[in-house]
Structures are given as structure tokens and as C-alpha cells.
Ligand binder design. Structure first.
Ligand SMILES: CC(C)(COP(=O)(O)OP(=O)(O)OC[C@H]1O[C@@H](n2cnc3c(N)ncnc32)[C@H](O)[C@@H]1OP(=O)(O)O)[C@@H](O)C(=O)NCCC(=O)NCCS
Length: 183
């Protein structure tokens, strides 16, 4: 699992850097209200999805690199995306989304495992963090399934289309992940 800057894989899902040609596929879910229900963005217009993809692709060329956005692919079909962002000196934040037609098949859990493994193998950080809307039960399950612990709840942390949302902040220490890998 994991390894290298150019890709990682777990089971049938592998990560590879996002490409401009992935925009149309990503737009299939980024344009849908259900997929961005708990997000501050969307539903996207095609132009908004292009802006997101352009920024994600450009981040691979920036130095020092602070943001790594991956396409999650299964048998050469993009099934979702995953992102690692370096926001604090000692921590990297993960986030993910799965194509709306493919929810409930364990894909986000696969992506999450790959992101955590990649970040801990390739970045000098002691902690992985993630946030989710408390109403986003599926994402909370993904994070708990990765062994992440709920650290705190931030009130009114993000403005959504229907008002402020709270955020759960989860974290996982490097030593906890290593212990899980040895089980
Ligand atoms: C959140 C999201 C990534 C989950 O993707 P997924 O591939 O369907 O998730 P998985 O199939 O790996 O399921 C993970 C867990 O959530 C549970 N789950 C899935 N949908 C659920 C729902 N609607 N209600 C309750 N639990 C749910 C699964 O049973 C599983 O739990 P388990 O591991 O304890 O059995 C997906 O819904 C999505 O892309 N949402 C939009 C973007 C988003 O919210 N990203 C997260 C940002 S914080």
C-alpha cells in the first residue's frame, strides 16, 4: 500500500495525480446537490469544476507543495477523488469524494486508507486530521473506520447554502496508525 509521489493503491482502487481530462467525470457528481450537501461549494457549473481541477493540477507543480489532489481510479475509471493538504507544521488534512453512482461500496474507505498511508509515508507529519459536517454520517463512518478519533466540534465553522454548519475535527496520530498496521 502507498509509496511514491505518483500513485498508490489499495485493493481495486488506486490513486494517481488528478489530470485536466478528469474534469468531465468529476463534474458528473460535483454538479449534483446531493453530492455537495455538506460542502461550502457547489452544485458546480462546468466552469467551476474546471477552476477546481485547474487549481488541483497546478498544485502538483508548486514548490514547496502543500496540496496533493488525486483521482481514485478502479480499472481505469475515475470513481472519486482524494486530497492531502498540509495546513499545519506537524499535520496533514485528508478529504475525499466518491462518484454519487458508486456510494455505499466501500470506495471512500479505500481512498481514506490510501491517503493516510501516503501522507504518513511521504510527509514528515505526526498527525492526520479531517473534518466533516456532523450530519454527514457516511463521512463520519469513513473517518472512524480509519481509526480516527473525534477531537472537537467547531461551531459555525463553514457557511453553506442553507446557513452555518458545525464541523467535527478528527485526528489520527502516526503511532496509532503504525499500531493498527501491525495488528
Ligand atoms: C462521504 C462519502 C465520501 C462516502 O463515500 P462511500 O464510498 O459511499 O463510503 P463507504 O462506502 O466507504 O462507506 C463508509 C461507511 O459509511 C457508511 N455509510 C455510507 N452511507 C451512509 C449513510 N447514508 N448513512 C449512514 N452510514 C452510511 C457505510 O455503511 C460505511 O460504514 P462502515 O464502514 O461502518 O460499514 C460520499 O458519500 C461522498 O462522496 N459524499 C460527498 C462528498 C463528501 O461528503 N465528502 C466528505 C467530506 S468530509
Amino acid at each position: 500500500m502507498g509509496g511514491g509521489d505518483d500513485g498508490a493503491q489499495a485493493g481495486a482502487v488506486r490513486l494517481r495525480p488528478l489530470l485536466r481530462e478528469d474534469a468531465a467525470r468529476i463534474h458528473e457528481w460535483a454538479s449534483q446537490p446531493t453530492a455537495c450537501r455538506f460542502q461550502p461549494w457547489g452544485p458546480n457549473s462546468p466552469a467551476e469544476t474546471e477552476v477546481f481541477v485547474d487549481g488541483a493540477v497546478a498544485a502538483w507543480e508548486q514548490g514547496p507543495q502543500m496540496r496533493w489532489v488525486w483521482a481514485a481510479a478502479a480499472a481505469d475509471t475515475v470513481v472519486g477523488i482524494g486530497e492531502v493538504q498540509r495546513k499545519e507544521v506537524d499535520a496533514a488534512e485528508i478529504s475525499y469524494a466518491v462518484h454519487i453512482d458508486l456510494w455505499g461500496r466501500g470506495i471512500a474507505t479505500c481512498i481514506g486508507r490510501l491517503l493516510v498511508a501516503w501522507a504518513l509515508e511521504n510527509l514528515d507529519v505526526g498527525r492526520i486530521t479531517a473534518t466533516c459536517d456532523p450530519r454527514n454520517v457516511a463521512s463520519e463512518h469513513v473517518l472512524r473506520g480509519l481509526g480516527m478519533q473525534l477531537e472537537r466540534t467547531e461551531s459555525h465553522s463553514l457557511m453553506l447554502r442553507d446557513g452555518w454548519r458545525d464541523s467535527y475535527v478528527f485526528s489520527l496520530a502516526r503511532r496509532e496508525w503504525s499500531a493498527r498496521m501491525e495488528e
